[in-house]
Design a protein around this ligand. Structure first.
Ligand code: FES
Ligand code: FES
Length: 170
């Protein structure tokens, strides 16, 4: 059919190739075609941040990106970050601080936090809040999430619990 397109990209280090309808979003491609359901969809209009993934290292809304636009690129989801153990300390901090309730927002929160914590220095609480301004949480009130990210940033700065930062193969 003419509205089908071939999409070939790397997802969490593995090359995948599928023929999908041209208007398939990257979020649906990940969730439905690849069954990587760690990436959530909420608003599907770029507002809530539940669908954030890394596209060639940059955080993007997978609900606003067509899968075919990601063809030839490297995508990393929360499953990939988890498998590489680069957010193990962050996930532990979320757990310790009770930073999630229903958990719907958590993959997007972790994506934003991963990106923020990849930058040099220890972000202030204001900077953490600013970074999270595109991530909605209907449960926690954000305070515990900010606490967990701040704790992780401080621990990493002090050399504690720092995960390996090897790059995923592009
Ligand atoms: S589902 Fe993409 S921003 Fe809400
Ligand atoms: S923990 Fe429920 S939306 Fe954030």
């Amino acid at each position: 059919m003419s509205d089908l397109v071939d999409v070939t990209l790397k997802v969490n280090g593995s090359e995948v190739s599928h023929r999908v309808p041209a208007r398939t979003t990257l979020a649906d491609f990940l969730r439905q075609t690849l069954e990587l359901t760690g990436t959530h969809t909420g608003c599907e209009m770029g507002v809530c941040g539940a669908c954030l993934v890394l596209l060639d290292g940059t955080v993007v809304h997978s609900c606003l990106t067509f899968a075919v636009q990601a063809s030839g690129s490297a995508v990393e989801t929360v499953e990939g970050l988890t498998e590489r153990a680069v957010i193990a300390d962050l996930q532990d901090a979320f757990h310790q601080r009770n930073s999630l309730q229903c958990g719907f927002c958590t993959p997007g929160m972790l994506m934003t936090a991963y990106s923020l914590l990849s930058q040099p220095g220890v972000p202030s609480r204001e900077e953490i809040r600013d970074a999270l301004s595109g991530n909605y949480c209907r449960c926690t009130g954000y305070e515990a999430i900010v606490d967990a990210i701040e704790t992780t940033a401080r621990n990493r700065a002090e050399g504690r619990d720092a995960p390996a930062h090897e790059e995923v193969e592009a």
